[in-house]
Design a protein around this ligand. Structure first.
Ligand code: NAD
Ligand code: TYD
Length: 359
């Protein structure tokens, strides 16, 4: 039975990935989920699978070398899938240090502990050991409105403390490949959306605000472009790269689904209006009058767009969920999980929102 060590599995993509893997492989794999449960980590995301005998949760911080090395010593780990990170650009602008700590130091600890557990006396590694570092297209910087794509060969040019810390962590992974022939891959994926995404990110924030009759904050001119991918397509890509990718290689993951932020907001408003029954009082309050242009994000990247040619050619991965379908599924999920939203927006979220959007 293959054993996976998943870091950050209580977050948005990590929890979707764990669901994807348990659906696909059932009890033929074992998953150990290591997560520090920061504001972004939520065990409610995994409530339906927590009873499974082949799933185990361990609360630990990835910068805690002792805790992580103990996990490697006590378990024969075959696959590491490293999601754990601080992930929100706006928070990184306010407080960069925690991004460096978790994203850079945490990745160094993960790499070191995996290498310590896996490296053989002659410097080689057993064939079935693989480390996948989950990264972002933001490391490549920003593209102009009028064209171009990010390729695996595009030079790194991060702008925010978040993307700079992810770029640094990618460089560390590459250095382990070059120096120790460490069996790692990196995926650089575009913006994800789907169930369980924390409402600090654009799509769930707009859904939640619209349903609560709150203003919809649009940074700058609203024409910044992101390349949106449904989260389960990302989960599938991660699994395919880990099983079929060439060791040491980086694969860009994206959907050729570029949209301006303002377009996304209009689509969400349209779907919400269509889905809410006529007698729901929220229906009348949802509309364009909620859209509010606010000060731009500092250093706001203009456009991201991934060229997924390499992963398609080498591995056969393609995005499967069209945006129109994915956004509907996502909105339906948020409709069906109002309690989830209530729980994650109580407490600290209110302070974050006030500080970020009203002060
Ligand atoms: P998220 O913020 O929803 O979840 C992050 C998880 O990591 C949380 O469960 C949190 O508790 C955990 N964590 C944070 N610090 C930790 C620490 N020190 N030790 C252990 N656990 C810790 O993030 P996400 O959106 O699911 O992103 C997951 C990964 O995918 C990140 O590495 C991110 O850079 C990358 N990524 C995200 C996107 C996106 O659109 N969300 C796109 C491409 C790549
Ligand atoms: P976000 O979801 O934070 O992802 P990222 O910055 O990592 O791409 O933001 C997506 C886009 O939406 C980005 O251009 C910033 C913009 N945005 C807003 O206009 N208003 C908001 O309240 C938020 C959170 C984001």
């Amino acid at each position: 039975m293959r054993t996976y060590l998943v870091t950050g599995g209580a977050g948005f993509i990590g929890s979707n990935y764990i669901h994807y893997m348990l659906d696909k492989y059932g009890d033929t794999i074992r998953i150990i989920n290591v997560d520090a449960l920061t504001y972004a980590g939520n065990l409610e995301n995994l409530a339906d699978i927590e009873h499974l005998p082949n799933y185990q949760f361990i609360k630990a911080d990835i910068t805690d070398r002792e805790a992580i090395s103990r996990i490697f010593a006590e378990n024969d780990i075959d696959r590491v899938v490293h999601f754990a990170a601080e992930t929100h650009v706006d928070r990184s602008i306010k407080d960069p240090e925690v991004f460096v700590r978790t994203n850079v130091l945490g990745t160094a600890v993960m790499l070191n502990c995996a290498r310590g557990a896996w490296e053989q006396p002659d410097g080689s590694y057993p064939k079935d050991k693989r480390f996948l570092h989950v990264s972002t297209d933001e490391v490549y910087g920003s593209l102009p409105d009028d064209g171009g794509y990010f390729y695996e060969t595009t030079p790194y040019a991060p702008h925010s403390p978040y993307s700079a810390s992810k770029a640094s962590s990618d460089m560390l992974v590459k250095s382990y490949v070059d120096t120790y022939h460490f069996p790692a891959n990196i995926t650089n994926c575009s913006n994800n959306y789907g169930p369980y995404q924390f409402p600090e990110k654009l799509i769930p924030l707009i859904i939640n605000n619209a349903l609560s009759g709150r203003k919809l904050p649009v940074y700058g001119d609203g024409k910044n472009v992101r390349d949106w991918l449904y989260v389960m397509d990302h989960a599938k890509a991660i699994d395919m790269v880990q099983e079929q990718g060439r060791i040491g290689e980086t694969y860009n993951v994206g959907g050729h689904n570029e949209k301006q932020n303002i377009e996304i907001i209009h689509i969400i408003l349209d779907v919400l209006k269509e889905k809410l029954p006529d007698d729901d009082p929220r229906k009348a309050q949802i509309g364009e009058q909620l859209i509010t242009y606010v000060a731009d994000r500092k250093g706001h990247d203009r456009r991201y767009a991934i060229a997924p040619d390499k992963i398609r050619a080498e591995i056969g991965w393609e995005p499967e969920t069209m945006f129109e379908e994915g956004i509907r599924k996502t909105i339906e999920w948020y409709f069906d999980h109002e309690d989830w939203m209530k729980n994650v927006t109580s407490g600290d979220y209110q302070n974050y929102y006030k500080e970020m959007y009203t002060e």
